[in-house]
Design a protein around this ligand. Sequence first.
Ligand code: TYM
Length: 332
Amino acid sequence: TPRVFSGIKPSGGLTLGNYLGAIKRFVDMQGSDFETIYCVVDMHAVTVWQDPADLRHATREVAAGYLAAGIDPEKSILFNQARVSAHAELGWLFNCVARVGWMNRMTQFKDKAGENAEGVSLGLYAYPSLMAADILLYHATHVPVGEDQKQHVELTRDIANKFNHDYKTDFFPQTEPVIEGPAMRVMNLRDGTKKMSKSGESDMERINMTDDADTIAKKFKKAKSDAEPLPETLEGLTDRPEARNLVNIYAALSDMTNAQVIAEYAGAGWGRFKPALADLAVEKLAPVSGEMARLMADPAEIDRLMARGAERANEIAQPILAKTFDIMGFVR
Ligand code: TYM
């Protein structure tokens, strides 16, 4: 069975973007077609400063988010990265395969570093090579991610290809990013040209998985839209980033296509659509956030589940790491 790997950073709380672009789809892939491995990538989080108490809390909260949304620790392997040291080891080996020029082309690094490329951590720069290690340590072939991670998954293929070529082997498989559905890039509620992210400056621009019903309703009500009603056809969303984003979110939450949403709300005003969207969001998110809160009341149980997941992850990772060392000529 083909293997799926994906991860979420515990840096701040989970957003609706993480839920629709990642977690909800991870749940959909769980089952008979794939072996699924989902990670809380804590070692990626520390590429930018994390207060230790916040990191601990966020690590458990991301695990709680996975579980609350329907990741079943019997069906999937669920763990945190720091418990499987093979990630760091393979990450180092890949630092020696990847080229500096490849890292220089990573748009996410450029966005995050901004004007201050000299002052960021070396880890932030090397981040994509650790991400390649996360995936290839399990020989995963399918990587469900949001649009913003596409370039990193493509880099993973480049690293696998260079390793295979340099060592005349076919040890590492080709990886496919799985990017499909209406919510691959959930946008900021105040500016439809920017991505919704954990770190945006105003809380009004994002929906957090821990927001209560009133907050969710208020944020959708105040979300930026435009003066036109919803269009009669999909083409009518062209050049209307805010309108498109709200339709995308509705479609993803309701498991409809954009075309179906447009068909249902053709010509509707925002005064009708926004409350419907807020109700839908509350209906879908409230059970998840309620369950997250319940799980967070017992952090020891979350830790126990992650530790068990890490044992299973290690069973797959260790032979692949050992073989990589062997191919490269290490004496161990
Ligand atoms: P991270 O933690 O930033 O985001 C986790 C997942 O959520 C998706 N996502 C979004 N999708 C749609 N709209 C949005 N506004 C939005 N914001 C976030 C991301 O695309 C991602 O799928 N580098 C990764 C973590 C990672 C990883 C991996 C992923 C580390 N190793 C190996 C896959 C495989 C990251 O920073 O994701």
